[in-house]
Design a protein around this ligand. Structure first.
Ligand code: NA7
Length: 538
């Protein structure tokens, strides 16, 4: 029998990243509830606790990638760079945990291994890997969208005599690449951040690329004192800006079509956006993600840039041979990514043409029989996104219904927040919500505030249970599909948005692509109508 650690809690929150910290603050300090956070890591920080790989950096700008709910918190912190590095974000989250006195209600090293709904008691019983159990009325997952590492099953990995590491499980003591032959597998946002930094110290770096990827320079730089002052003095304006844009960023998407301007003007606009750098490149025209011909103008521009930057023509060909629309997969931003392939110690292997066949004791072998001797293999191979972190908690709802069973054909829920059969379970930034298609921080605050208001409403009206109605889920899943199909987003067969990076995972477009403003309005309207589409019971 596992020992019972804690009864009588109002709420259990799983995860102490951006979502979990804010959710704890809202439940405990706004509603006066007893809440406990269970966190798998040995510290707070979530994504920023685990992803310590070289070059790890946020690709939303620092002044928009922080909590906006508290002016004091906002003004008490000063960011040093345009795009904050992992260590700085982790320091920020620790600052928040201290300022809000959150640590006393966070249990670290507590990875949830199961969660079961007990209908007669109307309680969730949650067990951690060490066998401790906790019970509460509400269970709120704050586990992030990208927290279950995808380590591909390549034959021979166990035989590898060198060191291997996944970027999302980076050792705290770091990895010393000096004098080493290093292989990086993967050229998503993570690989694109890590490759230039690893190349600086590795003896030799081989990049194994399966899908060539777009990237736009971040143009990262230290913030000037003037900009820091602007941020300090404009909390409300910055918050309002991030809440008024579809992507949750402090910049708006331009309201002009690619075809409103001449080809020369278009080229100038793209060049200016390239020089400015960052995700804002995607905002140059309103139709880049809607219209294939419009998109091609952006992708042609970036492919031409790659060919200009990369000196070796064969390498440039490989890097520019991109098979999907720009930004239909998560668009990376970088610091010297393409330039890195001009270094004498860096080479590129096209593993679409010659797939990785095996990992050997001394390196890696591709299907053409070539051996690549390696001392260190870095898996920048991404995550079992969005559903992975939820499914691995073994959640069981009413009448023995498992979440894995309910989602056998892909995730189905209402607003990305609740699943029929799982009363009082809320999923922050769950599939079916805007999450990864927006500035995560904005999506997180909206979800946490909605959940907090919902629980406050329940308590004010003596409501014991809230649960999505099955027909509401059907309608919402249809809305999520329609929003996705109004864009080019589903047109990339190997996208993790679709679950396509995980063998056997159902191919379902997971995030809500209708934009944060529309989503916020829908959620607000549903709440105002007394939580329309949810079953509420006493
Ligand atoms: P991503 O974007 O999923 O990228 C993973 C990369 O790893 C991608 O290039 C994959 O190629 C590649 N990959 C995965 N499995 C293999 C195998 N078996 N062989 C070769 N190559 C492989 O993950 P990231 O960590 O870069 O980024 C995730 C998000 O984190 C990012 O979007 C930001 O939101 C933050 P593929 O494209 O599948 O052919």
């Amino acid at each position: 029998m596992p020992k019972v650690e804690s009864k009588g809690l109002d709420a259990i929150v799983v995860g102490a990243g951006f979502s979990g910290l804010y959710q704890l603050h809202c439940l405990r300090d706004r509603l006066g509830l007893s809440a406990l956070v269970l966190e798998a890591g040995a510290g707070v920080g979530g994504t920023w606790y685990w992803n310590r790989y070289p070059g790890a950096r946020c690709d939303s700008e620092s002044h928009g990638y922080c909590y906006s709910f508290s002016k004091e918190l906002f003004e008490g912190w000063e960011w040093s760079e345009r795009y904050p590095a992992q260590a700085e974000i982790l320091r920020y989250l620790n600052y928040v945990a201290d300022r809000l006195d959150l640590r006393r209600d966070i249990r670290l090293d507590a990875r949830v291994s199961s969660a079961r709904y007990d209908e007669p008691a109307n309680l969730w019983h949650v067990t951690t890997e060490d066998g401790a159990t906790f019970s509460a009325r509400y269970l709120i997952t704050a586990v992030g969208c990208l927290s279950t590492a995808n380590i591909p099953e390549i034959p021979g990995l166990a035989s590898f005599a060198g060191q291997w590491v996944h970027t999302g499980q980076w050792p705290h003591e770091g990895v010393d690449f000096s004098g080493k032959c290093v292989g990086v597998i993967g050229t998503g946002s993570t690989g694109i951040q890590a490759i230039p930094v690893i190349a600086q110290t590795a003896e030799h770096l081989t990049v194994f690329q399966r899908t060539a990827n777009y990237s736009v320079p971040a143009q990262n730089a230290p913030l000037t004192p003037d900009f820091q002052r602007y941020v300090r003095e404009n909390h409300t304006a910055i918050r309002d800006a991030t809440r008024s844009t579809g992507n949750g960023q402090p910049f708006a998407i331009e309201d002009r079509s690619v075809f409103d301007v001449t080809p020369e003007q278009r080229q100038e606009l793209y060049e200016a956006a390239w020089q400015k750098g960052g995700l804002q490149f995607r905002a140059t025209f309103r139709d880049l993600l809607m219209d294939r011909a419009a998109n091609e103008t952006a992708s042609d521009f970036i492919k031409a840039k790659i060919r200009q930057i990369v000196k070796d023509p064969a390498t440039a060909d490989n890097l520019a041979d991109i098979d999907h629309p720009y930004a239909a997969k998560r668009p990376p931003i970088d610091t010297d990514y393409f330039e890195t392939f001009n270094r004498p110690n860096v080479s590129l292997v096209d593993v679409r043409a010659t797939p990785i066949e095996a990992i050997t004791p001394s390196g890696l072998r591709t299907r053409d029989g070539r051996e690549y001797p390696l001392d260190i293999i870095v898996f920048a191979t991404g995550f079992d996104a969005m559903t992975g972190p939820l499914l691995r908690m073994n959640i069981v709802g009413r009448d023995g219904l498992t979440l894995a069973g309910a989602w056998r054909g892909g995730p189905r829920n209402y607003l990305g927040l609740q699943v029929a059969g799982f009363p009082n379970l809320f999923t922050i930034t769950g599939p079916g919500s805007p999450s990864v298609l927006t500035n995560m921080q904005v999506a997180i605050e909206q979800h946490v505030e909605w959940i907090t208001d919902c629980i406050a409403h329940m308590r004010a009206h003596d409501i014991a249970r809230i649960e999505a109605r099955p027909e509401s889920m059907d309608r919402w899943v249809q809305s999520v599909n329609e929003a996705a199909h109004a864009t080019l987003l589903p047109h990339t067969p190997h996208s993790w948005y679709l679950g396509a990076n995980i063998p056997g995972k159902p191919r379902v477009f997971m995030p809500y692509a209708g934009g944060m403003v529309r989503y916020r309005d829908i959620c607000g309207e549903i709440a105002r109508k007394g939580y329309e589409g949810f079953a509420l019971s006493r």
